[in-house]
Design a protein around this ligand. Structure first.
Ligand code: SAH
Length: 256
């Protein structure tokens, strides 16, 4: 049997946002290595597979990446169909690129399967169009969290005219705010902070660049959450539920 590893995106949480291709891969899998932030509900599609949790929530306090690499390699070389299941999309802050390269260097066939990334899902769940004619000409996905000391070009981001979607930003709100203000982004730029996007316990907090840190604190914003920064973050559908009390006043001011 040919050795093969599927690197599969499980989407943001809502099991209905899984792709048909992901379902097929899960169905064929002998072994599924499940990452953090994957909703367990999607595992109904692989009842016969051995499930190995390799994320913090699986009980192992953050499985080392090298160990995950070796596990995938070992099972693939045994001829097993291996699925590496990741939250969102495997190649958006998901190490899909690294893992694919590492496996291919060892002659393992790899197939990547898209998932809906949390940033896109979170915005859509809140009726925020990430691009909008005349308002946002593009969208930039960015993480505030780097492993090395490399600096983001905040000025370029602040002035890009695109909607910013920031991953892993909850612990970095102060830095994000300071840097974007320093980079020339206007203080009243709308911000939406979306926690647990697409899950039943999803919460959203609307704010603006100046107030985002204080509002997030009052809202007790927790990870996983994404930040949407830009004019489109003030969009909403009037039918939707009221914004959180902490930001209600400011939100009304935004609408006025
Ligand atoms: N590959 C994933 C991202 C992994 S990085 C994807 O494409 O979505 C982990 C970060 O993703 C979290 O810190 C958070 O910023 C974001 N995230 C993942 N799932 C989320 C969810 N359901 N709601 C909000 N943010 C989420």
């Amino acid at each position: 049997m040919s050795a093969k590893v599927w690197l599969v995106g499980a989407g943001p949480g809502d099991p209905e946002l899984l792709t048909l291709k992901a379902v097929r891969a899960l169905n064929e899998a002998d072994v599924v290595l499940v990452d953090d932030l994957v909703n367990e509900a999607v595992l109904v599609h692989c009842p016969q597979a051995r499930i190995i949790a390799v994320g913090k929530r699986g009980g192992c306090r953050s499985t080392p990446q090298a160990f995950i690499h070796r596990l995938m390699l070992r099972y693939a070389r045994q001829g097993k169909c291996v699925v590496r299941l990741k939250g969102g999309d495997p190649c958006i802050f998901g190490r899909g690129g690294e893992e694919a390269r590492w496996l291919r260097e060892r002659e393992i066939e790899v197939e990547l399967v898209n998932g809906i990334t949390a940033g896109l899902a979170g915005a859509t769940q809140c009726d925020i169009p990430l691009t909008l004619r005349g308002v946002a000409r593009g969208v930039t996905l960015v993480t505030a969290h780097t492993q090395d000391d490399s600096e983001l070009n905040w000025r370029a981001l602040a002035q890009s005219g695109t909607t910013l979607v920031i991953y892993m930003g909850v612990a970095k709100l102060s830095e994000i705010r300071e840097q974007l203000l320093a980079g020339g982004m206007t203080a009243d730029t709308p911000v939406a902070m979306i926690e647990n996007a697409s899950l039943p316990h999803q919460r959203e907090c609307r704010s603006n660049l100046t107030a985002m840190q204080e509002d997030a604190h009052n809202f007790q914003l927790k990870s996983p959450a994404i930040l949407v920064i830009g004019a489109v973050a003030a969009y909403d559908n009037a039918k939707r539920s009221q914004p959180a009390a902490a930001t209600e006043e400011r939100w009304n001011a935004n609408l006025a």
